[in-house]
Design a protein around this ligand. Structure first.
Ligand code: NAD
Ligand SMILES: O=c1ccn([C@@H]2O[C@H](COP(=O)(O)OP(=O)(O)O[C@H]3OC[C@](O)(CO)[C@H]3O)[C@@H](O)[C@H]2O)c(=O)[nH]1
Length: 390
């Protein structure tokens, strides 16, 4: 039977393209590579310093039907003369490379700024000079804090969406003072967004900017002491997973009052696929990609993860499932936080017709099932080895 031709949102056939994906070995990159290999004819030049999260896609010749469509290039974009050549070989560049864990922003601000601004500069330049399309990954953190957070605590305006919903083309970027080095990341991402936008306006660069709102799922970050440094502090999903696996109370920073919306990685990847395959609708746009229906405080996230973990692991709940810690104790001096993050979905809806589908409970159930299956034995072993040597 002849295979059905793949068409874009306007009914035009989609031509196979070559994608230069920088940061392909990370959390988002691994899911994007998986999707591109299993559901499209596109080729991927996968660039990263690491490839552990895409090893399953890179197995020897002929092991997979896509083995001739993905090529891994181990390189650091800070210093590698192959970068321009690889961008030239591709039709589209997707830049995911970044330091993007909040524990680094105030403790390694220089590395954070270099990674998110300076190291991204040649990528933008090569795309612009060689007339190549660029999809650049920014962050919801460019919005910083909400306007509402500056209103008096009892102001009724705090309940008005005009004071907290984050809109790509209207909302301001509100960061803390320079001593609050937490904002080094958001500020670097903001400046690279402005540079890309200016390259579009002045030199005709075809670009799309993605602002992810807390995408979560399997393969996010690492479990300290198992597949990452023992003293490392990953993002909240991995921090709480680590606590659950080790049967420790979850640490709620400053009482866990900050609010976040979480979107399932597989839903978010659908949005990126629409951007890749509908350039005429995606070029020149900045897109929020998140799930406004999955809003919780961090405390509620911790409580829900605890309940889901009890269900998927069969283990009992701790008597004290959470403890409060100060942000200074947890992250060090210079930490600050975004109070609330609700993405406005108007632009992505209008341009690409995308909507997220998965509820927070369902995405946590599949993610924590993965965490338990992947790490529970290794964590038990590490704990028993540590107690034997102490
Ligand atoms: N996951 C989210 O919810 C989220 C939210 C907001 C923004 N983002 C943005 O999306 C992008 C990807 O995020 P992620 O969650 O997959 O992070 P990640 O850390 O899992 O992936 C980033 C990848 O980039 C690679 N990398 C970093 N510097 C590099 C360099 N100099 N040369 C080559 N490779 C390099 C890393 O090795 C890593 O594999 C980042 O730009 C991040 O700022 C993600
Ligand atoms: O053990 C923990 C870890 C974290 N928290 C608090 O949870 C909130 C969310 O933290 P996290 O997911 O680590 O990061 P942010 O949402 O603040 O920032 C990310 O947003 C997008 C991105 O750009 C890339 O992923 C990144 O900057 C926060 O309030 C922590 O304090 C906790 O209580 N306990």
């Amino acid at each position: 039977m002849a295979s059905v031709a793949r068409v874009d949102l306007d009914g035009n056939p989609i031509k196979p393209i070559t994608i230069c994906m920088i940061g392909a070995g990370g959390f988002i990159g691994s899911h994007l590579c998986e999707k591109l290999m299993s559901e499209t004819p596109h080729k991927v030049l996968a660039l990263d310093v690491y490839n552990d999260k895409i090893k399953h896609l890179l197995e020897p010749e002929n092991a997979h039907p896509w083995s001739d469509r993905i090529q891994f290039h181990r390189l650091n974009i800070k210093q590698d003369s192959r970068l321009e050549g690889l961008i030239k070989m591709a039709d589209l560049t997707i830049n995911l490379a970044a330091i993007c864990t909040p524990a680094d922003y105030n403790t390694r601000p220089l590395d954070t700024i270099y990674s998110n601004f300076i190291d991204a500069l040649p990528v933008v330049k090569y795309c612009s000079e060689n007339n190549k399309r660029l999809i650049h990954f920014s962050t919801c953190e460019v919005y910083g804090k909400t306007i509402g957070s500056y209103l008096p605590k009892d102001s009724p305006l705090r309940q008005d969406p005009a004071y907290y919903v984050l809109k790509e083309d209207e909302s301001p970027c509100i960061f803390g003072s320079i001593e609050k080095q937490r904002w080094s990341y958001a500020c670097a991402k903001q400046l690279i967004e402005r540079l890309i936008y200016a390259e579009g306006a002045e030199n005709g660069l075809e670009f799309t900017i993605v602002r992810p709102f807390n995408w979560i799922g399997p393969r996010m970050d690492f479990i300290p002491g198992i597949d990452g440094p023992s003293e490392g502090v990953p993002r909240v999903l991995a921090c709480f997973s680590n606590n659950l696996l080790r049967r420790e109370p979850l640490k709620l920073v400053d009482g866990g009052q900050s609010q976040r919306t979480f979107v399932y990685i597989k839903d978010a990847i659908e949005a990126v696929m629409l951007m890749i395959e509908n350039p005429a609708r995606a070029n020149g746009h900045i897109f929020n990609v998140g799930n406004p229906n999955n809003e919780v405080t961090v405390r509620q996230l911790g409580e829900m993860m605890t309940e889901v973990y009890v269900k998927v692991s069969g283990e009992s709940k701790l008597e004290t499932p959470t403890i409060d810690v100060s942000s200074q104790e947890f992250y060090g001096v210079g930490y600050d936080d975004s109070d609330k993050r609700i993405p406005d979905m108007t632009i992505i809806n209008k341009q690409l017709g995308w909507n997220p589908k998965t509820s927070l409970w369902d995405l946590l159930e599949s993610t924590l099932t993965y965490q338990h299956r992947t790490y529970a034995e290794a964590v038990k072993k590490a704990i028993s080895q540590a107690s034997a040597t102490s």
